[in-house]
Design a protein around this ligand. Structure first.
Ligand code: ADP
Ligand code: MG
Length: 590
C-alpha cells in the first residue's frame, strides 16, 4: 500500500477511540461540558445502557448560533488559547476533542441557545457528517442527544458490556459528579425511570447521604484538612467498621476533576493502617483542591489521570486528613462521659505522629541517637512477661475501666465495664499491646531490647537464605542479629527481647515465609511485616490458660493502647454486649 494522509473522518474515528471508550465516557465528557458552561441543573437520560440513547440537558450558558458548528469540530474549544494556558487550566475541558469524537461515532443532535440570544440552533450529525442545521426555539442551555453510539465502529460495539454493566458505570459517573458539585442538581433517568436526583443544595452531606443511603452514611466520617493547608482535602470516609473487598469505592476528585490514581487510593487505604484487615478497603469520597499550577491535567485524553508537581505532598495531605478523621472516630460506642474526657486527650494528631510517620514514608524512621541502655520507664523490666496488674503506665486511657471476671475457652477474657459485658480476644489484645510497645521503643527511643542467644544456628534453602541476607539489615534494626555462617546457614546471635522464651529458629523460619510472600502494593512494608510477625509470636496464644493477674495485666495495658479496638492486623480485639442488650434479651426491657 502507498502512504497516504488519512481522511479527516478516519482520523476523528481513531481519535474517538481514545476519548470515547464506552457510553459512560460520553456521559462523563458531556457532564463536564455542562459544568464548564456553568449549569446548575444537569439532566442525564439513557436508554439501553446508553447504547440506544444518551441525552444530557443543561441550563448552562449555551453556544452562540454562529459557533454551534465549531463546537463539534476537532480541536475547537472556547477554553484554551495558548499552550501556556495549560499550566493553569480552570475548566474541566480544554482539548476540544470530546464533541468531535462523540459525533464521529454516533448520531448526534445538538440543540442549544445562548443566554443572550433569542433563537436557538440545532445540528444533526451522523458519523461526523452534518446532515441538518436549523434555527429552533429552545430554552437557554444545551441538549445533546447521542443515539446509536458506535454504529459505525462495530469492533467497539462488540466490546460493550451488558446493559446492566453500562448502566452501573453511568450511574457511578453521575453520582460521583453530583458529590463533587453539590451545588448543581443532577437527575438521572434510565429507560424512562428516574433513579437518582441530587438536591443541588450545595451541601456535600446531602449528596453523600443520597448516594450512599442513610445506613452507610451513618458509618461515614467527615474529613477536612487544616484551614490554611496548601493542599485542601475534604469529604467523607468510612469508619473502620465499614469496608469493601476492593479499592473501587474510593472516589477522588482533584480540583473538581474525577481522577484515578492508584497511589492516592493507596494513601487513603494506608491511613487506616492497622485498623482495617489486609485485603479490605475503605469507602471514601474525597475532594482535593490545590493550585492549578501544581497539577498537570494534560496527561491522558480522557483526563482521568493527572500528574502532580509534588506527588508526595498530595499523598501526605490525603493520608493525614483521612488518618486524623479515622483516629478521631475510633471509640467504644458506650464509653462513659468521664472516660470520654480521657479519651479525647489522645486524639490530637501530634500524639499519633508515630503512626503517621510510619505510613507517610512506608518506612519506620529510625532515630539516629546514641544507644541508651535504659528503656522507657513505662515498660516492665521483663518484656516477655505477660504484663501484670498493678503497673499502671502513664498513658491516657482509651477504654473505660474493665473488671476481669474470668476466661472462657482458654481464649477469651470476660470482663465487665460501665456499659455491659466485654469479651476480649486474649491473643488479639496482647498483639495490639506488644505492637504499640514495640513501635514506641523502636521509633521513640530508636532501640529494641535484645535477648542474646548462645550461638543458635539455622539452615535454610538457598532462596530463603538469599532473602534473609537481603533483609539482614532490616532485621538487625528490629533486634535480630544474624551472621552468615557457611552456605545457607546463619548464626542467630540475638532476637528482640519479647521473643526471649520463643524458639528462635521457628521465629526466623516464619519470618522467612512472610518475606517469601513479598511486598505487594497496598500491603505493609517489609519492616511492618516483621514487626507484626514478632508481635504475633510473642503474644499469648488462644488455648493458653491465664491467671487472673495475667488477664488483668492485659486489660490494664489494652485500656491505654492508642487503638485498643483492633489487633495490628485490623481484626477486632473485643466484642461488647451492652447492658440494654442483655436486659432486652432476658425480657427485662420492652
Ligand atoms: P472542550 O470541552 O475540551 O472545549 P468539547 O469538544 O467538549 O471540547 O467542546 C467544544 C466546545 O463546545 C467547548 O469548548 C464549548 O465552548 C462548547 N460546548 C460544549 N458543550 C457545551 C455545553 N453543554 N454548553 C455550552 N457550551 C458547550
Ligand atoms: Mg469538553
Amino acid at each position: 500500500m502507498s502512504i497516504e494522509v488519512l481522511p479527516e473522518r478516519v482520523i476523528a474515528q481513531i481519535a474517538a477511540g481514545e476519548v470515547v471508550e464506552r457510553p459512560a465516557s460520553v456521559v462523563k465528557e458531556l457532564i463536564e461540558n455542562s459544568l464548564d458552561a456553568g449549569a446548575t441543573l444537569i439532566r442525564v437520560e439513557i436508554d439501553s445502557g446508553g447504547k440506544r440513547l444518551i441525552r444530557i440537558s443543561d441550563n448552562g450558558v449555551g453556544i452562540i448560533s454562529t459557533e454551534a458548528e465549531l463546537a463539534i469540530a476537532r480541536h475547537a474549544t472556547s477554553k484554551l488559547r495558548t499552550a501556556d494556558d495549560l499550566s493553569h487550566i480552570q475548566t474541566l475541558g480544554f482539548r476540544g476533542e470530546a464533541l468531535a469524537s462523540i459525533a464521529s461515532v454516533s448520531h448526534l443532535t445538538l440543540t442549544t441557545r445562548h443566554r443572550d440570544e433569542s433563537a436557538g440552533s440545532q445540528l444533526r450529525i451522523e458519523g461526523g457528517d452534518i446532515r441538518r442545521r436549523q434555527t429552533v426555539g429552545a430554552p437557554a442551555g444545551t441538549v445533546i442527544s447521542v443515539e446509536n453510539l458506535f454504529f459505525n465502529t462495530p469492533a467497539r460495539l462488540k466490546f460493550l458490556k451488558a446493559d446492566t454493566t453500562e448502566k452501573r458505570q453511568i450511574a457511578s459517573i453521575v453520582t460521583r459528579y453530583s458529590m463533587a458539585y453539590p451545588g448543581v442538581q443532577f437527575v438521572l433517568l434510565q429507560d424512562g425511570v428516574e433513579i437518582f436526583r441530587s438536591s443541588g443544595s450545595g451541601q456535600l452531606a446531602d449528596v453523600v447521604l443520597k448516594v450512599f443511603g442513610l445506613d452507610s452514611f451513618k458509618q461515614m466520617i467527615e474529613v477536612s484538612s487544616e484551614p490554611e493547608a496548601e493542599i485542601e482535602v475534604y469529604g467523607y470516609t468510612s469508619s473502620s467498621e465499614m469496608h469493601r473487598a476492593d479499592r473501587s469505592k474510593i472516589t477522588l476528585f482533584v480540583n473538581g476533576r474525577s481522577i484515578q490514581d492508584a497511589s492516592l487510593s493507596y494513601a487513603v487505604t494506608q491511613a487506616y493502617h492497622t485498623l482495617l484487615m489486609t485485603g479490605r478497603y475503605p469507602v471514601a469520597v474525597l475532594m482535593v483542591h490545590m493550585s492549578p499550577e501544581d497539577v498537570d491535567v494534560n496527561v491522558h485524553p480522557t483526563k482521568a489521570e493527572v500528574r502532580f508537581r509534588d506527588p508526595n505532598a498530595v499523598f501526605a495531605a490525603i493520608q493525614r486528613s483521612v488518618r486524623r478523621a479515622v483516629i478521631d472516630a475510633v471509640q467504644v460506642p458506650t464509653v462513659r462521659q468521664q472516660d470520654f474526657a480521657d479519651y479525647v486527650t489522645i486524639r490530637r494528631p501530634a500524639q499519633i505522629g508515630l503512626d503517621m510517620d510510619m505510613v507517610d514514608t512506608g518506612q519506620y524512621q529510625r532515630q539516629q541517637r546514641p544507644v541508651f541502655t535504659q528503656r522507657s520507664q513505662d515498660d516492665d523490666d521483663d518484656p516477655t512477661a505477660i504484663p501484670s496488674g498493678p503497673s499502671a503506665p502513664a498513658k491516657p486511657r482509651t477504654l473505660p475501666m474493665l473488671r476481669v471476671l474470668g476466661q472462657i475457652g482458654s481464649a477469651y477474657i470476660v470482663a465487665e465495664g460501665p456499659a455491659g459485658m466485654y469479651l476480649i480476644d486474649q491473643h488479639a489484645a496482647h498483639e495490639r499491646i506488644l505492637y504499640e510497645q514495640f513501635m514506641d521503643n523502636h521509633q521513640r527511643q530508636g532501640l529494641i531490647a535484645q535477648y542474646a542467644l548462645n550461638a543458635q544456628s539455622i539452615q535454610l534453602a538457598p532462596t530463603e537464605a538469599h532473602l534473609l541476607q537481603e533483609y539482614i539489615d532490616v532485621l538487625a534494626s528490629l533486634g535480630f542479629t544474624l551472621e552468615e555462617f557457611g552456605p545457607n546457614a546463619f548464626v542467630i546471635r540475638s532476637v528482640p527481647a519479647m521473643l526471649a522464651d520463643k524458639d528462635p529458629v521457628g521465629v526466623i523460619q516464619s519470618i522467612v515465609q512472610d518475606l517469601e510472600q513479598g511486598k505487594h502494593p497496598g500491603q505493609q512494608s517489609i519492616e511492618d511485616k516483621i514487626v507484626l510477625r514478632v508481635c504475633k509470636q510473642a503474644a499469648v496464644k488462644a488455648g493458653q490458660i491465664l491467671s487472673l493477674d495475667e488477664m488483668q495485666g492485659i486489660i490494664r495495658q489494652l485500656e491505654r493502647c492508642r487503638s485498643p479496638l483492633t489487633c495490628p492486623h485490623g481484626r477486632p480485639t473485643m466484642l461488647h454486649m451492652s447492658s440494654e442488650h442483655l436486659a432486652r434479651e432476658f425480657g427485662r426491657l420492652g
